[in-house]
Design a protein around this ligand. Structure first.
Ligand code: GLN
Length: 199
């Protein structure tokens, strides 16, 4: 089984570890560069993106993480994790950096105060079995994408799921539902990207 890490600096790490295990992966928390080196793919959880960014720099994993993403390691970011994968944040906080990996511009806390947290059915391209239950918590949306980015889902006219190569991101939190189809999709991406070496 593919070994998939969850960046465990802040955020809903446990929920992702459980969802990955349910999807058939060997799931491990990752805090240090040595731990990052031992995984085939990585999840960037939901939480607070500025805090995750600052802790990633502090723990010395920001640069190694950028290097692995550039080298094609599969990554999946939810919510704050989606923000971490953006090339650009429209409204970054002081000291907030991203890993990058997806050619997109994101807007933090985009759905506004009236609508801070909500659930909605979201149709995800390529995912069989009907819409997923989208859990949005102070969620970002994707303001715009470059030509190489595939839009996988929209909600209310805004982009909420994207993929570029081996990088996948959702504004919502599949790890908080019992539906592991998105984690299964990501686990398959990791399996596929690992295959050439293990042949
Ligand atoms: N609003 C948070 C941020 O900007 C993201 C919220 C979440 O991950 N649920 O980082």
């Amino acid at each position: 089984a593919p070994v998939i890490g969850v960046l465990a600096l802040q955020g809903d790490v446990r929920e992702h570890l459980a969802a990955l295990a349910a999807a058939g992966a060997v799931a491990r928390p990752v805090r240090r560069p040595e731990e990052l080196a031992g995984v085939d793919g990585l999840v960037l959880p939901g939480g607070e993106s500025t805090t995750i960014s600052k802790l990633a720099v502090l723990f010395g994993v920001m640069e190694p993480l950028r290097a692995r993403v550039r080298a094609g390691m599969p990554v999946y970011g939810t919510c704050a994790g989606l923000i971490m994968l953006a090339e650009k944040i429209l409204d970054p906080r002081a000291g907030q950096e991203t890993v990058g990996g997806i050619d997109m511009i994101v807007r933090r806390n985009a759905f506004g105060r009236q609508n801070e947290s909500f659930e909605a059915a979201v149709e995800v391209k390529g995912l069989a079995g009907g819409p997923v239950e989208g859990v949005f918590i102070r969620a970002p949306w994707v303001e715009s994408v470059g030509a190489g980015v595939e839009v996988l889902a929209e909600y209310d006219g805004h982009i909420v799921a994207v993929r570029q190569g081996n990088a996948l991101a959702t504004s919502f939190h599949p790890e908080l539902t019992g539906d592991h189809r998105v984690h299964a999709l990501f686990t398959d991406m990791v399996r596929t990207s690992r295959a050439p070496e293990s042949l």
